[in-house]
Design a protein around this ligand. Structure first.
Ligand code: 0X9
Ligand code: ZN
Length: 738
């Protein structure tokens, strides 16, 4: 129960909070400034300090949106920011007072135009409400501060039979993820009008399904369009629970997608312009795009941003992340970029997104990494987010050829066809695996045929490829495909189901030969349930189609092992010998001879944190730009897993615990992570396992440490640390001699 005084105090507090919020909103004017010939480390340093990065051309310029205070701070450290654009300039370019130029469409204008086009072309258009904006969600939930922000996200589909999902490739064009980049909306609307009114697109309308989403972030678009804040970038998530939009709010929609969400170049701090949100797809706007992209097999798409005249392709989530389809992605990027004239001469520049800067949780990484869509980010305009109204039609016109090249990409150098069951002709979601493409580069979800028609599309570069079609329960098919730039290559397939067999086996202790009860047997590459061994150590997996399988066997107290099993012409019987596991729980008060240490400080044993027992290993106390690592060397005699528990308390996104096998990173963690168990597959042979904690140039987060506990090594023989230097020397000798 509250008293009157409590209520008055509460009301007073609300008033103060409201006033503060208003001040934050109105008080700080911003400008766009340029740092010329930026040093190579400058971008990362300013990003980390939370500066609002507008554009970057390595060695040429780094543009920032700054307050007067931030600008002075740049000057104080010897940098020379050059004024490029004031708020007044942007307002003028937008067509806001004092100069009223009609240059950009409002949300209402876009909405009305979509309706008018739908009415004018009823046979080839369908308008879909694909979701609510953040503001509409709040208003619907009764929050009075958001009644002015009740927006829907609109998608207009152009195709013959537009309300039917047809056996035709889908292509999308998205605009205005970022509020201050309304030119994306103008380009998408230009393309839409062009496709509908120009007879040259008749064939595209007949044989493709083209989707236009002119405004992905309508709440933010309104804030800029109204002139409330022409520098606004994000959506309007109420980060500070003030009940209305103000300067402390918003999630960057282009950091909120659920592929590698929460990685590099995305901030965990709500005040930052690149705030990633509290979780992947936490925002209704990105969820709406996810739903759209997941519901249709898009072959290609463009998401329009501004500025700096770039054509960017996946991946972008971390530096050096080459996509498996890099060659084909790059080929189209180059073609598109060369077709777009720059405003000051030349053409757009093609590059992988990560070559610009690492940014995780972006649209194109999700569409490509999860769905296989050739998705591009095009940064239009030369010099500013919002070019003068008079330049908008020219920029839009200049971008048409590239958009059309993407639209028609499917008509050349594509492997396509249908995959069906030979007996029933039912469509099959088979995986289409291309040798030399799918086994290179960073992870991407496997390409599969879609489920309604069994149709698949693979964009490739011209050449000859070995292709494997695989579908659980069917005999795999291998073939060669000749891909040429002059048109698609069609391979239709009728897959034959494989005979079912039983995989049976006996699991025994490798030393004593005693049967192992309750061992878990899992066929890792087939959708079948795990089975357990009975009291006699026996197991059987029935109804398994003939094929090659990876079988993982584990039991408490034993090392987990993985083995390939070929289930062939008759039922298969396997004998499995489980070796004892080698466990390291750090309970003996010191490190045994297995361990070596590196970096500036060795790891220690602590009782303050532990996943089991009373102790765990903890990284050494280190300073900025230092590291602390511990390593163990192991001769793995049977392929299997290494598992361990870890915990970190560090500066999120900068200070990391890394786990490396033979110097190659398997995973990294930072920030406040509770104890968690992880598992990595290890092949046979001599391996070095390293746990490495390191700090960047500044800042301490949390306890500034990492902990590791309960390591279960794969089956094998530990190599005592004393041997390590000896082996290295021997290795060197042998090399010199040989
Ligand atoms: O940072 C962004 O979201 C995009 N630039 S913008 O100025 N329009 O905000 C670029 C995203 C490109 N993708 C990656 N670098 N990963
Ligand atoms: Zn943008």
């Amino acid at each position: 129960m509250t008293t009157i005084t409590q209520r008055l105090v509460f009301a007073g507090l609300l008033l103060v909070v409201g006033l503060l919020a208003q001040r934050a909103q109105g008080a700080e004017d911003k400008t766009l400034v340029r740092l010329e010939a930026p040093a190579s480390a400058l971008l990362a340093a300013l990003q980390k300090e939370g500066f609002d990065i507008a554009a970057y051309r390595p060695g040429k310029y780094l543009d920032l949106v700054v307050t007067a205070k931030e600008r002075a701070a740049l000057e104080a450290r010897g940098l020379a920011p050059i004024l490029r654009c004031t708020t007044e300039d942007v307002r003028r370019n937008l067509g806001l007072a004092p100069l009223a130029l009609p240059g950009y469409r409002s949300y209402a204008a876009v909405r009305a135009e979509l309706s008018a086009l739908t009415a004018a072309y009823p046979n080839i258009t369908a308008l879909y409400d694909i979701g609510d904006s953040r503001g509409k969600e709040y208003a619907t939930n009764g929050m009075a501060g958001y009644t002015a922000y009740q927006h829907d996200l609109w998608a207009l589909k152009v195709s013959d039979n537009p309300r039917t999902e047809e056996d035709e490739p889908n292509i999308f064009y998205l605009g205005a993820h970022h509020a201050r980049e309304p030119i994306g909306t103008e380009i998408v609307m230009t393309l839409l009008n062009l496709v509908l009114t120009n007879a040259a697109f008749a064939a595209d309308i007949t044989n493709k399904q083209i989707w236009f989403v002119p405004i992905v972030n309508p709440d933010g678009h309104k804030i800029v369009y109204d002139g409330s804040d022409v520098w606004w970038r994000k959506n309007i998530r109420d980060n500070n629970n003030s009940g209305g939009w103000n300067g402390g709010d918003g999630v960057d929609p282009n950091r909120n997608y659920g592929f590698e969400w929460g990685g590099d170049g995305a901030s965990a701090t709500p005040l930052d312009e690149t705030y990633r949100g509290p979780a992947a797809f936490s925002e209704p706007e990105t969820r709406a795009i996810k739903t759209l992209v997941d519901a249709h097999p898009f072959v290609a798409g463009i998401t329009y941003h501004s500025y700096s005249e770039l054509v960017l392709f996946p991946y972008g989530y971390a530096v050096g992340m080459r996509a498996p389809d890099d060659a084909a992605l790059r080929e189209l990027a180059v073609r598109m970029a060369l077709s777009i004239p720059g405003q000051n001469g030349g053409t757009y520049t093609p590059q992988a997104s990560w070559e610009l800067y690492a940014a995780s949780g972006v649209t194109d990484d999700y569409a490509y990494g999860q769905r296989g869509t050739f998705c591009y980010t095009i940064e239009v305009a030369a010099n500013e987010f919002i070019p003068p109204a008079a330049q908008v039609p020219g920029i839009c016109r200049n971008n048409i050829a590239a958009a059309v090249a993407l639209l028609r990409r499917v008509d050349s150098a594509t492997l396509t066809g249908h995959i069906r069951d030979a007996a029933s002709a039912a469509p099959l979601c088979a995986t289409v695996y291309v040798q030399g493409v799918d086994n290179t580069g960073a992870y991407r979800a496997p390409y599969t045929a879609e489920q309604t028609f069994g149709r698949y599309h693979r964009f490739l570069t011209a050449g000859v490829y070995a292709v494997t079609y695989a579908c659980f329960g069917y005999r795999s098919v291998q073939t060669n495909a000749i891909i040429s730039a002059s048109g698609p290559t069609i391979i239709d397939l009728a897959m034959v189901s494989a005979p079912r067999r039983t995989l049976a086996g006996l699991v025994r202790n490798a030393d004593t030969q005693v049967p192992v009860t309750n061992a878990l047997v899992l066929v890792t590459n087939a959708p079948v349930a795990a089975v357990q061994t009975d009291s006699g150590g026996s197991f059987s997996v029935t109804n398994l189609p003939e094929g090659m399988y990876a079988v993982r066997v584990s039991a408490p107290g034993y090392a987990a092992i993985s083995m390939p099993v070929s289930v062939g012409g008759s039922d298969t019987n396997v004998l499995i010998a489980l070796p004892d596991n080698i466990n390291e729980s750090f309970e003996q008060g010191g490190f045994n001879s297995l361990w070596t240490f590196g970096g500036s400080t060795p790891w220690t044993i602590t009782s303050a944190q532990h996943a089991d027992g009373a102790a765990a290993a903890r990284s050494g106390v280190i300073g900025d730009n230092q590291s602390s690592s511990m390593a163990a060397m192991f001769d793995v005699t049977q392929a299997g897993d290494v598992t361990f528990y870890l915990k970190t308390s560090s500066e999120s996104g900068y200070d990391y615990l890394r786990f490396l096998v033979d110097g190659v990173e398997r995973a990294k963690w930072s920030g406040e992570t509770p104890w968690q168990q992880v598992q990595y597959v290890i092949s046979t042979g001599m391996h070095t396992f390293t746990w490495h904690y390191s700090k960047d140039a500044n800042t301490v987060g949390g306890a500034d440490a990492a902990w590791v506990d309960v390591i279960a090594f794969p089956a094998g023989v530990p190599e005592p640390a004393l041997l390590l230097p000896l082996l290295l020397v021997l290795g060197l000798r042998l090399k010199v001699l040989g």
